[in-house]
Write a protein that binds this ligand. Structure first.
Ligand SMILES: Cc1cc2nc3c(=O)[nH]c(=O)nc-3n(C[C@H](O)[C@H](O)[C@H](O)COP(=O)(O)OP(=O)(O)OC[C@H]3O[C@@H](n4cnc5c(N)ncnc54)[C@H](O)[C@@H]3O)c2cc1C
Length: 472
C-alpha cells in the first residue's frame, strides 16, 4: 500500500459527512451564560442522546440540557462501523462473570435493543440504513480456525444454540468469499446502520422533544454537587442530576482512570463497487468480522461500498484522547493494507476516505453503568468497541437512574458492575503499548501463515492471564 493511495487525513468520518449532506439539522450554538436544568447530560453521542430521549419520553416537561464538545456524532457515535450487536459474542465471558441465568438475561435485553433500533428508526422517520441481516464471524487465516469453540460451547450449554450458529467453510462462502476459505459463526440477531445518520437522527428527535443541545461546548470543569455544575468556557449548567456520557474522554477523569483504557480503531471506505461485491457473493448486507486479536470488521453500504476497520490499535504512547485518534498515518496504512489483502479483487477500487476514533476499553470488554458519590451523577462507559446496540440499553438505564426508577433494566448486572481495574500510569500505557504491539505482530504472523514469535505470543496472552478480557 503506497502512501499515494491513502485517502487524505480527515477530521470527520465519511459517515458523518454523508449524514450532514443529507440533513445538516438545525444549529445548536455553544452555551453562553449560566442556566439551570433538571438533568444535565455531558456528551452528545448515543449514550447521552438515548438517555435524553428516554428521560423526555418518561417526563416530557423535564428540562434536559446536553453539552457536547464537538457536534453530536462528531465522536465515535458518528465514526463507528455501524455494527449493532448485543452481547452474544461475549456469552462465555458473561456466564463466567455473572452466572448463566443473569448472562442470558443481559444478552436478551441487549438483543431487544438491536431490534428496537430498527423499529425506532422507522417510527421516527430516521433513515439510518438499518439492515437486520445477522453478523458473521469468520476465520480469515488457518490460525483463526476454531477460535469460536468456547463461545459455541457456552451457547449450547446455556440452551441457546440458535443464537450462535457454527458455519462450515461452504456456509461462509455462500455469504462472502475471502482468499482463505475458513469456517466461522453466524449471530443471527445483528444489524448494521449508517452510524452518523443514527446519531444525527437522535439529535433531531431529542431536539423535537424539547431538549436543549449546546454543541461546541466542552465541559472544562464538573462538580458533582448536588447540585451538579458543568462549566464550559462561556457558561455553566446547574442541575440536581447529571449524566456523564463522554465515553473515552472519561478515561482522563479520576473516577474512571483505572476503569477505562483508551485504544484506537481505524476505518477505510471504498468507492462504490457493487459488481465486485456480487463477484465475491457478498450481497446479503451482513456485518462480517474475523478472529484476529485486533479484529477486522467489515460491512457493505446500500450503494455497494465496503467499510473496513481494524480494532485494538494504538497510535502512540500518550494516554488520553488526542488528535491521532481521528487520523494516524501508520494505523490507516495498516488498515488499508489489511483490506487489500482480504479483497484482492478490489485492487483497482479506490479508497475514498479513512478515519479513526477512540475506544473506551474496560477490563471485562463490557460496559458498566455507575452511580458516583454522592448519588446524583450517573455514567455509562466501557463499551470496548461495541456500543451501537448497548448504548440504546444503557441510555434507558441512565434515564431510569436519573429519575430514581427501579425495574428489571436497572437490575441488570451491568449496573454497578466493576470490571477488573487497570494498573496505574505510567505502567498502564507502557504495558498496553507493549502488549498491543505484540498482539499486532502475532496477528501479522497468523495472516502470513508464519508462527508468531514466542515473546509476542506470551505478551499477547498476558492480559488474559492477568484476568482481563480485552477482546479487540
Ligand atoms: C472507528 C470506530 C468503529 C467502531 N465500530 C463499532 C461498531 O461497528 N459497532 C459498535 O457497536 N461499536 C463500534 N464502535 C464503538 C461505538 O462507536 C461506541 O461504543 C459508541 O459510539 C459510544 O457512544 P457514546 O455516546 O458513549 O460515546 P461517543 O460517541 O464518543 O460520545 C461521547 C461524546 O462526548 C463528547 N465529549 C467528550 N468530552 C466532553 C466534554 N468535556 N464536554 C462535552 N462533551 C464531551 C465527545 O465529543 C463525544 O461526542 C466503534 C468506534 C470507533 C471509534
Amino acid at each position: 500500500m503506497s502512501a499515494r493511495e491513502l485517502p487524505p487525513p480527515a477530521r470527520r468520518s465519511w459517515w458523518l459527512e454523508e449524514a450532514l449532506d443529507f440533513d445538516p439539522g438545525e444549529p445548536c450554538p455553544p452555551l453562553e451564560g449560566d442556566v439551570e436544568a433538571d438533568v444535565v447530560v455531558v456528551g452528545g453521542g448515543y449514550t447521552g442522546l438515548w438517555a435524553a430521549h428516554r428521560l423526555l419520553e418518561r417526563e416530557p416537561r423535564l428540562r434536559v440540557i446536553v453539552l457536547e464538545r464537538d457536534i453530536c456524532g462528531g465522536g465515535p457515535s458518528g465514526r463507528n462501523g455501524g455494527f449493532a450487536n448485543g452481547f452474544w459474542s461475549s456469552l462465555d465471558a458473561l456466564a463466567e462473570l455473572f452466572g448463566d441465568e443473569r448472562a442470558l438475561e443481559l444478552a436478551r435485553a441487549a438483543d431487544a435493543s438491536v431490534l428496537e433500533l430498527g423499529n425506532w428508526c422507522e417510527r421516527h422517520g430516521v433513515d439510518a440504513w438499518y439492515t437486520f441481516a445477522g453478523d458473521v464471524g469468520v476465520a480469515t487465516s488457518p490460525a483463526q480456525e476454531g477460535r469460536w469453540r468456547e463461545l459455541l460451547g457456552a451457547a449450547h450449554r446455556l440452551g441457546v444454540p440458535d443464537r450462535i450458529v457454527e458455519l462450515t467453510p461452504e456456509d461462509v462462502a455462500a455469504r462472502i468469499r475471502f482468499p482463505y476459505r475458513g469456517g466461522g459463526v453466524l449471530i443471527p440477531s445483528g444489524a448494521v446502520v449508517q452510524p452518523a445518520r443514527l446519531a444525527r437522527g437522535l439529535r433531531r428527535v431529542v431536539l423535537a422533544q424539547g431538549a436543549r443541545i449546546y454543541e461546541g461546548s466542552p465541559v472544562v470543569r464538573f462538580q458533582a454537587g448536588p447540585p451538579a455544575v458543568a462549566r464550559t468556557a462561556a457558561g455553566s449548567v446547574r442541575a440536581p442530576v447529571a449524566v456523564l456520557a463522554a465515553n473515552a474522554w472519561l478515561a482522563a477523569e479520576k473516577p474512571f482512570r483505572r476503569r477505562l483504557a483508551v485504544r484506537g480503531t481505524y476505518m477505510v471506505i471504498t468507492e462504490p463497487a457493487p459488481g465486485r461485491l456480487a463477484e465475491i457473493g457478498w450481497t446479503g448486507g451482513e456485518g462480517v468480522w474475523n478472529f484476529r486479536a485486533a479484529l477486522n470488521y467489515l460491512r457493505t453500504t446500500p450503494d455497494g461500498r465496503i467499510a473496513f476497520g481494524t480494532g485494538g490499535m494504538q497510535p502512540g504512547l500518550a494516554p488520553g484522547v488526542g488528535p491521532a485518534y481521528d487520523w494516524d498515518a501508520r494505523c490507516v496504512t495498516e488498515v488499508a493494507a489489511q483490506f487489500r489483502r482480504l479483497f484482492p479483487s478490489f485492487r483497482d477500487v479506490p479508497l475514498e476516505a479513512a478515519w479513526g476514533g477512540p475506544i473506551d476499553v474496560s477490563g471485562a470488554h463490557l460496559p458498566f453503568v455507575l452511580t458516583l458519590p454522592p448519588g446524583n451523577v450517573h455514567a455509562a462507559a466501557g463499551y470496548t468497541g461495541n456500543g451501537v446496540g448497548p448504548c440504546h440499553l444503557t441510555g434507558q438505564i441512565l434515564a431510569r437512574l436519573a429519575l430514581g426508577v427501579e425495574d428489571e433494566l436497572t437490575r441488570l448486572p451491568l449496573v454497578g458492575f466493576e470490571p477488573k481495574r487497570f494498573p496505574p500510569e505510567p505502567l498502564r500505557s507502557l504495558g498496553a503499548f507493549a502488549v498491543n504491539r505484540a498482539a499486532l505482530r502475532r496477528d501479522s504472523a497468523d495472516d502470513a501463515g508464519r508462527r508468531p514469535g514466542r515473546l509476542d505470543e506470551a505478551l499477547a496472552r498476558l492480559p488474559g492471564r492477568l484476568g482481563y478480557h480485552l477482546g479487540a
